[in-house]
Unconditional design. Structure first.
Lengths: 358, 319
């Protein structure tokens, strides 16, 4: 009843191709945005910002980038963490070389560095396929992290070989660094993530997105119908690494505040991959659902036992955490290999028909 | 000019200048190469029989070694702990087949790959919960592995070879020969290879998929235990050993995912070359620690010329 789509007539192609052909979807999104922009900022504490809201947004953005490459263009990547690192280090160099540059511009530019590196490591995808391609992205993963450690110029030759985010002002408000308030950081990240999501939705449902999907489904067939595989694969690497690089810059500048090279090591890559797969490959919504699950899980495991009166040691919590994430991944893959996004699709389908069974 | 000299001439001059050191380096590389090859062998077996890219092989190594050491710590004599550990690995194989693989039959490759990453995480958490995360000493002498070293003086130099390493190499050769004999001569071994060739055909002549999967995962567990013992004897037993799993991946890619020969040749090649590169090029020119990525870059270069790896089956694509 609530989700009835009968009677919403489309009288032009433009209306049929609108971002939200079904009115209820638009309303639902409106409610979510209302929560994100008004309700959360009014109610959230500092802890909620730092432990839940900001990481969820940043991880979703990184997973979105990976999902474009793996879910839409079908190229397996295990090097997301390193590409995030490229974005973060590029942003750090830009900010320290041009201190008066607007942070927004610096972050937008740092994505291009990551995209260039991504395309370079994407070149082997023209010849290597499937799991063999994972080796190219793993080579990027290990080589780049090594480079972050050894190339002192990247960290301005400072003794700690780490990035320290300075205080950065934008239009008179401190947005990054130790003096920044969580709420400004949250709004900054939220705006960037919304913008990137809007762009990706439109890219993936447009011409380029359809080309990617055809390459994913069968690249030889795609080539036979006249798709330029080189352009398709490299453009997927470019767009994906750009988004991942922006996520990396946000990750360090708006959330962590400091970073060493091993932060971008393979566990980060896997974490983003989990989010993309649990959320659902080939779906934009899935990244958000997956990120909420993966980020919230440790917080829940941390707080629930204390709330019901059992005390566990911190190391035990960590082990339980690893274990339950492992079990959860297996469980989700068994129950719904297509991910959380598919769950929502099923629920939506049911809502449209409700209260009738068929 | 000076740079070209230090890249192209100096390392070789060093090699010829100190042949005893070169022998030592090659030997060290060979031993780690044998270990990489063993881990890659576990991968290949599972990939051949089920097309699962088993990321958990590295963690199975740690888990097997931890179980062995942990049992011994709780007072079980070493020679009894060994068969008990084998039982645990069998139980693990059965559990993985029942809980994870059976419900996931016929899913796309990437889903199964993710499931093995899930297994990896689960085993990491489980192992640390039971045995603790700190570094443990492998019970080398209790198992009767010699610990002294042979010393040679070729070309007036000095080379020292650990007896434990010799045991490793000999043990690995025995294991590989036994495995090849099992695969090529026994009925079960033929069933495994049949499954690898064609799932449907193998099923239709009455080969049981679940039995073979348990068997294959158990063999991989045995290989993991052997690797765990010898690697643990060199570096101690802790979850830091997990990194060797990342070393086995390029070995696989280099050798070809389906090839036992490829795993062995690839392992030895990467073991020796990465040591040579690290000592003669990495440390003087690049600031060291190049072992982290050298294997991947080498595998990547080889794959560019042979996309199926050195010994892999030719990839034939049809539309």
């Amino acid at each position: 009843m609530l989700y009835r789509i009968a009677g919403q007539y489309k009288t032009s192609y433009a209306a049929d191709h609108a971002l939200f052909p079904v009115r209820q979807d638009a309303w639902l999104l409106g409610v979510i945005l209302l929560f994100a922009f008004v309700v959360f900022p009014l109610t959230a504490s500092d802890f909620t910002y730092q432990a839940l809201l900001i990481p969820v947004l940043i991880y979703s953005l990184a997973a979105l980038g990976l999902n474009i490459l793996t879910g839409y263009a079908g190229q397996l990547s295990l090097g997301t963490g390193a590409f995030m690192g490229v974005g973060a280090y590029a942003c750090y160099k830009l900010v320290s070389l041009f201190p008066e540059m607007n942070l927004l511009v610096a972050i937008a530019l740092s994505g291009f560095f990551s995209a260039a590196v991504g395309v370079a490591f994407g070149l082997p995808s023209l010849r290597i396929k499937g799991f063999y391609l994972a080796i190219a992205t793993l080579a990027a993963q290990f080589f780049l992290v090594w480079l972050f450690q050894k190339w002192r110029w990247l960290t301005n030759d400072n003794a700690s070989v780490a990035i320290q985010v300075p205080n950065i002002d934008m239009f008179g408000i401190t947005v990054a660094g130790p003096n920044a308030r969580s709420i400004t950081q949250y709004f900054f990240v939220l705006c960037v993530v919304c913008l990137m999501t809007w762009l990706s939705i439109n890219i993936t449902r447009g011409r380029i997105g359809r080309i990617w999907k055809s390459v994913r489904d069968m690249d030889i067939a795609a080539e036979l119908v006249g798709i330029n595989l080189m352009k398709a694969k490299l453009s997927a690497f470019f767009v994906s690494s750009y988004i991942v690089g922006v996520a990396g810059a946000l990750f360090v500048f708006l959330w962590r505040g400091a970073a060493e090279a091993n932060l971008f090591d393979i566990p980060l890559s896997f974490r983003v991959l989990f989010i993309a797969i649990i959320g659902g490959l080939g779906s934009i919504l899935g990244n958000y659902l997956g990120a909420i699950l993966i980020v919230a899980l440790p917080v829940i495991i941390n707080t629930v036992p204390a709330a019901i009166g059992i005390t566990i040691s911190p190391s035990m919590v960590e082990h339980l955490n690893t274990m339950s994430i492992g079990a959860l991944i297996i469980g989700f893959l068994i129950v719904e290999p297509a991910g959380l996004a598919r769950f929502w699709a099923v629920i939506r389908e049911k809502l449209i028909l409700w209260p009738f069974p068929h | 000019m000076e740079l070209a000299y230090s890249i192209l001439v100096q390392p070789f001059a060093d090699m010829v200048g100190a042949p005893d050191f070169l022998i030592q380096v090659v030997w060290e590389g060979l031993v780690s190469g044998v270990l990489y090859a063993l881990i890659a062998l576990g991968f290949v077996l599972i990939y051949k029989s089920s097309r699962i890219f088993n990321f958990a092989q590295g963690i199975m190594v740690v888990f097997a070694a931890l179980t062995l050491v942990g049992l011994h710590e709780r007072g079980v004599p070493a020679l009894l702990a060994l068969p008990l550990t084998l039982l645990v690995m069998l139980a693990l194989a059965v559990a993985i087949e029942r809980v994870v693989l059976r419900p996931l039959v016929n899913q796309p490759d990437i889903i199964l790959f993710m499931a093995t990453i899930g297994i990896t995480l689960f085993l990491v958490g489980f192992g640390e919960l039971i045995f603790g995360g700190e570094n443990k000493r492998m019970i080398t002498s209790e198992l009767g592995i010699p610990t002294g070293s042979f010393e040679f003086e070729p070309f007036g130099g000095f080379v020292s070879i650990e007896q434990g390493d010799v045991t490793t190499v000999v043990g690995a050769i025995v294991l590989v020969v036994a495995l090849l004999a099992f695969l090529n001569r026994s009925k079960m071994g033929r069933a495994i290879r049949a499954l690898g060739d064609d799932h449907q055909a193998a099923l239709s002549v009455g080969i049981s998929l679940s039995t073979i999967w348990v068997l294959v995962w158990f063999i991989a567990g045995v290989i993991a235990l052997a690797t765990g013992i010898v690697w643990g004897a060199r570096a101690g037993v802790s979850f830091a050993l997990e990194v060797i799993a990342y070393k086995a991946l390029p070995v696989l890619m280099l050798g070809g995912l389906e090839s036992v020969t490829g795993a062995i040749v690839g392992g030895l090649m990467i073991g020796i070359l990465e040591k040579l590169f690290e000592i003669y090029w990495g440390q003087p020119l690049l600031g060291g620690n190049t072992e982290a990525w050298f294997a991947y870059m080498l595998a990547l270069l080889v794959l560019l010329f042979r996309p199926q790896g050195l010994f892999g089956e030719k990839i034939i694509e049809r539309v």
